[in-house]
Ligand binder design. Structure first.
Ligand code: BG6
Length: 483
């Protein structure tokens, strides 16, 4: 069995910064299945060798060290390039011939990877269909589609329809790179491979959940994309809702793509839809000072670079437990974390015990960059009467396990080659997620709530902590310590 990965948009950034370095790492660790070849397709003219040389340079740069020469040569022998234009049907006929020659009749799994600008997704899929590059000639064909998958529910539905005219749903792999992070998979392992967490993982013990994805970086040179997307489309519709579903879903009986995704879809369906009049009270939006001076951003741009959304999940497990989602650019530090804030003990018999929710038990799942888990709890200060203090059990992946945390794309690419779609978004999941975000985005587009400004390097606008205090709670604002 051989495998061919055809990358559309091969001369782009994603290919050189993520896809090839991930495939190289898999090759280096001898994890790639036998007989993998990579075919780049894009408009820039390259010979096979020119493309190989360009990839050798970008891959070494990403790896931060020179590549092992003979290992790279064995990898590079399986890299090919075909110049082509997604809008030219003839180029797909040539591609078909090229693939047939390379595969020489061997049974092959083909992975069509769309790493192009999103406006090319539909034309590329239609051309693949028209050129006979998918079924019935290729039963083992798969398509990988990068984010953003649409810009709202209607466009996502339209894109799904276009995809389904050519591919069957089990052949479709919609990327959300957060799902390839080890710590994100570990949310389910923590909850469901241990006995002690699940019994308290509900409204009886949990006061609220905070999911934060903060970035210290500004928008920089991505402004032309970002200014029309904004924080809701860029981070909430995909990454933050994925984290929420993993934290909130019921246990599937098996770790299989559809069993897992069925449970995630149930959570999305249970999220209370936001009416336009609810948006000003349940969300916040902000923009960092200086955003409007970024190249490509207009002087009056209303695009939010920071947002908070409070969601409610209407089911037995979560009724009355708010899920606070928060994300922003130009924040204090880079950290993605899920904070499970437990309730106060029902009765406190120690005079100096916690009186404030912030002092109650808290489980912090550090998704990145200090990947780990902390459990905060009260303890007796030795030799100080009955004085109590909050302390923590601290688990850190890098300290506990040798080696680097792998890049998300390694896991995701390997899963595509092996035909495991558990860590990819299904059609209904993506559409439901847009259905949650759309009403918020509509209200924001109409100017509500007010767009608050914030200085770079803080935890968003000042209104954010005031708003949380008004909720009777406090943000857990802590930059992780990197060991
Ligand atoms: C991407 C967003 O999907 O995720 C970016 O488009 C964001 O704006 C990035 O910076 C964050 O990913 P990570 O893996 O660095 O948390």
């Amino acid at each position: 069995m051989s495998h061919t990965i055809i990358i559309f948009g091969a001369s782009g950034d994603l290919t050189s910064r993520k896809l090839l370095p991930a495939l190289w790492e898999l090759h280096r660790k001898r994890r790639l299945p036998e007989g993998v070849r990579i075919v780049g397709f894009s408009r820039t003219p390259f010979t096979h060798d020119q493309w190989r040389t360009k990839l050798a340079e970008s891959t070494a740069e990403c790896a931060g060290q020179a590549l092992d020469g003979s290992l790279w040569r064995s990898f590079a022998r399986a890299i090919f390039y075909q110049q082509g234009d997604i809008e030219q049907a003839d180029d797909f006929t040539v591609l078909r011939r090229t693939l047939d020659e390379l595969e020489a009749g061997a049974e092959t799994t083909r992975v069509y990877y769309l790493s192009t600008a999103p406006r090319f997704y539909e034309p590329a899929i239609a051309q693949l269909g028209a050129a006979g590059l998918v079924e019935p000639s290729c039963e083992r064909c798969r398509v990988v589609i990068e984010k953003p998958f649409g810009t709202d529910q209607v466009s996502a539905r339209g894109l799904n329809d276009a995809v389904h005219r050519v591919f069957r749903e089990p052949q479709v792999y919609r990327i959300d790179h957060y799902l390839g992070k080890e710590t994100v998979s570990n949310v389910l392992v923590l909850r469901l491979a241990n006995t002690i967490f699940e019994p308290v993982w509900n409204r009886n013990y949990i006061d609220h959940v905070q999911i934060t994805a903060a970035e210290a970086l500004t928008v920089g040179r991505r402004a032309s994309y970002y200014d029309s997307a904004g924080i809701l489309r860029d981070m909430f519709q995909n990454h933050l809702l994925q984290l929420l579903t993993l934290a909130a879903m019921e246990a599937p009986s098996r770790f299989e793509a559809d069993a897992v995704r069925d449970e995630k879809v149930k959570v999305l369906r249970a999220i209370r839809p936001m009416r336009s009049q609810d948006v000003p009270g349940r969300t916040l939006r902000g923009q960092y000072q200086g955003y409007r001076n970024e190249p490509g951003v207009g002087p009056d741009s209303p695009t939010a670079t920071f947002g908070v959304v409070r969601l409610s999940i209407d089911n037995w497990r979560w009724q009355g437990v708010p899920f606070y989602l928060r994300s922003g650019k130009a924040m204090s530090c880079r950290t993605t974390q899920i904070v499970i804030q437990f309730r106060q003990p029902p009765h406190m018999m120690f005079d100096q015990g916690p009186r404030d929710l912030h002092e109650a038990n808290r489980l912090v799942l550090q998704i990145q960059p200090a990947e780990g888990i902390q459990l905060h709890f009260q303890t007796k200060v030795p030799d100080a009467g009955m004085q109590l203090r909050q302390t923590e059990l601290d688990f850190n992946f890098r300290r506990r396990f040798a080696g680097e945390m792998p890049e998300a794309y390694q896991r995701l690419l390997l899963d595509v080659l092996q035909g495991d779609a558990s860590l990819f978004a299904r059609a209904d999941e993506v559409e439901l997620a847009w259905g949650i975000i759309d009403p918020i985005q509509r209200a924001w587009d109409s100017g509500l709530p007010e767009l608050a400004q914030y200085e770079s390097g803080v935890w968003g606008p000042a209104t954010s902590s005031e708003w949380m205090q008004h909720e009777g709670r406090q943000w857990f604002d802590l930059c992780p310590v990197l060991h």
